[in-house]
Each structure stands twice: as C-alpha cells, then as structure tokens.
Design a protein around this ligand. Structure first.
Ligand code: ZN
Length: 201
C-alpha cells in the first residue's frame, strides 16, 4: 500500500536496500530527509554521487583512493618492503587505527569462497604476485591478515602455498582471546588457537 506517494515510497525502498536497514529504519531515514532543509538533502545526494564517481583503486595496493596512488603507498616514510594482505579497505582502516603498523597493504577485495563462487582469480592475488616479483622494490615480509573465518583461512592457506616458493617470509596474524574478554564465554576454537599460539612471558 502506497501511503505517501510514489517519490517518498521510492526513497524508502532505496534506503531499505542498504545493508542492515529494515523497513522501519528506511522510513525513519526518508522522513528525516524530507523534514531536513533542502541543502542537507542536496549534500547527501552530492556525497553519494561524488563517492561513486571519484573513488577508485590504488594502482599499487588496491586500497580505495581518489588519486592514482593512495596516501599510504605515496608516503615515503613507510616501510615499503613489508606488505600486509587484507580482505577489504575497512580491514586496512582497522589496522591503521592502531597507529602501530608502518608497512604497506594489499587489499584483496574479498576472500576465497567456493560456496559463493569466489576463486583466487576474482581477488587481487595476481596483482600481489606482480608486486612481489618487482626487482626494483624487493619485499621482505608478507603479513597475511585475512579474517579468522573459513574463507579467510582458506585464502591464507592458498597464499602461503603460493608465496613459499618465492622465499619471502610469510606470516599470519595471531588469533586469541579478546582483550577485556572472559575465558568462560570464548568459543573453543578460539581458546584452542590461543593455546596453540601461546608465547613465552
Ligand atoms: Zn596504495
């Protein structure tokens, strides 16, 4: 039933297609826009159009950027010999927030998932190999920071098989119990991993 007229119904429908947004939230967003000043609605529309038009992948690491080379690859003071492989730009941002990592990244844009029809060819793995084979910029370590789930682990295994023959040090981020967590509530796979990868105090 179309209670509000077609343009409003369409706006609600478009919002409801966004991830994590149900019909109720979509209605709230649509009425917020309708009740907001026109400039505010225009700014939102322009921000969406500009992001779509200008966002592209870095030619080196495939992070999102609006220039040819992202700000990390363009930063000469970062350790270009270390590459952290992540699944998404959001994962890269999560590591950047720690302010502890000063190497570069390589964004795969997904993980191997035969169930979803995603194989190595759909990811930026070829491009990673090209970076590793570049004699002008030798790489000393590849840190595999894919997610600790089935797809992320499959991707990590695939990469380790691929990278071993190249003789480049390949490491995997550790998984363990969350900081501030309570052992009682941690799942057994995580507990087992934490035990396997324990370190000396
Ligand atoms: Zn980059």
């Amino acid at each position: 039933m179309n209670y509000y007229g077609s343009p409003v119904a369409r706006l609600i429908e478009e919002f409801s297609k966004l991830p994590g947004v149900g019909t109720k939230s979509a209605q709230r967003m649509a009425f917020f826009i309708l009740n907001a000043p026109t400039e505010r609605a225009d700014q939102l529309a322009q921000a969406i159009a500009a992001a779509k038009a200008q966002a592209k992948h870095c030619t080196q690491c495939y992070n999102l950027t609006d220039t040819d080379t992202c700000y990390i690859c363009a930063n000469g003071s970062r350790d270009a010999a270390t590459i952290m492989v992540v699944e998404s730009p959001q994962d890269m941002a999560a590591y950047e927030k720690t302010r502890e990592y000063d190497g570069t990244y390589h964004v795969l844009h997904g993980a191997i998932s035969p169930m979803d029809g995603v194989g190595p060819d759909q990811l930026r793995i070829k491009e990673l190999l090209m970076r590793l084979n570049n004699p002008d910029a030798p790489i000393t370590e590849v840190i595999v920071a894919t997610n600790p789930n089935v797809e992320g682990e499959a991707t990590a295994m695939y990469l380790s098989r691929l990278l071993k023959p190249l003789g480049i040090k390949t490491t995997r981020i550790a998984h363990g119990v969350p900081v501030g967590g309570d052992l009682e509530y941690v799942d057994s796979v995580t507990l087992l991993r934490a035990l396997q990868w324990r370190r000396e105090l």
